[in-house]
Design a protein around this ligand. Structure first.
Ligand SMILES: *Cc1c(COP(=O)(O)O)cnc(C)c1O
Length: 367
């Protein structure tokens, strides 16, 4: 028998969240962001749930190839553009649109031989200070691109540093609008947080394409300001495992490495076939929520490589073979939001879903 741990991808939840993203996007077209192997879900595993996308946005040329292999003929955008000159050949061959964020990428394009001019998204640095041309340099980069026969259409793109915080997007958006005011071309400016948190943004400001990432995967971009439920999102991934051992403790007994938990009364605990080598965060401490047979309980002791221990004391019917939901949806429909577990580990839902280890089998729940 395989080790009893499983990641389940919920196609219906992906479809639900995509519809929710469309509502938030209003008239804008929707990129489904599937970088990092669809935020750890698997590109092939989410594809069915995301067929209604207008395009797919991702980072790696190899991921773009996988989307084409699935039969997708629509737009694909490389969010960081090409990483070397040879990637441009793949862009020509697979008809990939690509971001241009630095002079080097323009140099490569200028030297690229192609029958098919490329559609590019020129990136502005609106204050994040990661990728993109500053406002001062943006228009000269645009003019350089515009002069190239290798370039067909130039679209305009930026990415906000504070769409998920109280600071918001106001100043960055104003800078982008001011810099690009009279430039032609489609615009893409909003990620999940920007589109969810600015529902009153006029269509002219929201841009032609929104880039939906985390909301499609059922996690709140601005947790704990808002929860996934507040945003009307459903979990798209369930990480579950089974109880493979049970221990009875007396007061004073300790559990796990470092004796990080001490029982203050007689207790019953379950040992679960999931550990940090499966991607469950080692930073989750005593008290991190879990579901046992769909009932809320808590982690006790340290997370070890292959196991965690959970409290069964108040769930008398639970025992060997019980289903433990580390995050997502239990068989009885109860949801444990990934964001709650992430918070217990001092991180965000994004990191947890991306970190599910290759040794965890993945199944698609297609209903
Ligand atoms: C990852 C990414 C997104 C999606 O962000 P979410 O917060 O997951 O919606 C959008 N745009 C760019 C440039 C990205 O890298």
């Amino acid at each position: 028998m395989p080790r009893p741990i499983l990641a389940t991808i919920h196609t219906a939840a992906l479809q639900h969240n995509l519809a929710r993203a469309r509502q938030a996007a209003q008239d804008a077209k929707l990129w489904c962001v599937v970088k990092a192997n669809a935020y750890g879900h698997g590109i092939e595993q989410v594809f069915d749930g995301m067929r209604a996308a207008d395009g797919f946005a991702l980072l790696e040329p190899s991921e773009a190839q996988r989307i084409r292999d699935l039969g997708w003929r629509g737009p694909i955008l490389l969010l960081e553009g090409v990483f070397d000159a040879r990637d441009l050949e793949l862009c020509s061959r697979l008809n990939l649109w690509h971001t241009v964020h630095c002079d080097q990428q323009i140099d490569w394009l200028a030297a690229h031989k192609t029958q098919q001019p490329h559609r590019v998204f020129l990136k502005m640095n609106s204050g994040m200070n990661r990728l993109g041309f500053t406002a001062e340099r943006y228009r000269s980069a645009w003019a350089r691109l515009n002069a190239l026969t290798q370039v067909d259409e130039i679209s305009l793109i930026t990415h906000f540093s504070d769409a998920d915080t109280a600071k918001g997007i106001g100043a960055a958006l104003a800078l982008f609008n001011q810099t690009t005011l009279d430039l032609p071309g489609e615009r893409s400016i909003c990620n999940s947080a920007a589109m969810l948190r600015n529902p009153d943004m006029p269509a002219s400001q929201r841009g032609d394409w929104v880039r939906g990432g985390i909301l499609l995967y059922g996690s709140a971009p601005d947790y704990p300001l808002q929860t996934a439920e507040d945003w009307g999102l459903q979990p798209t991934m369930t990480l579950s495992a089974k109880v493979i051992g049970v221990q009875e403790l007396q007061a004073g007994d300790t559990v796990g490495y470092g004796s990080a938990f001490t029982a203050d009364k007689p207790m019953r605990i379950g040992v679960v076939a999931c550990g940090y080598a499966d991607g469950y965060p080692r930073h989750c401490g005593n008290g991190t929520p879990v579901l046992v047979d769909g009932q809320r309980s808590r982690l006790i002791g340290r997370v070890s490589m292959d196991m965690v221990t959970v409290d069964l004391t108040d769930i008398p019917q639970a025992g060997w073979g019980s289903e433990v939901t580390l995050w997502g949806r239990a068989a009885n429909g109860t949801v444990l939001p990934i964001d709650e577990v992430a918070q217990a580990a001092g991180t965000v839902g994004y990191e947890l879903m991306c970190a599910v280890a290759p040794r965890v089998p993945v199944v698609v729940d297609g209903h």
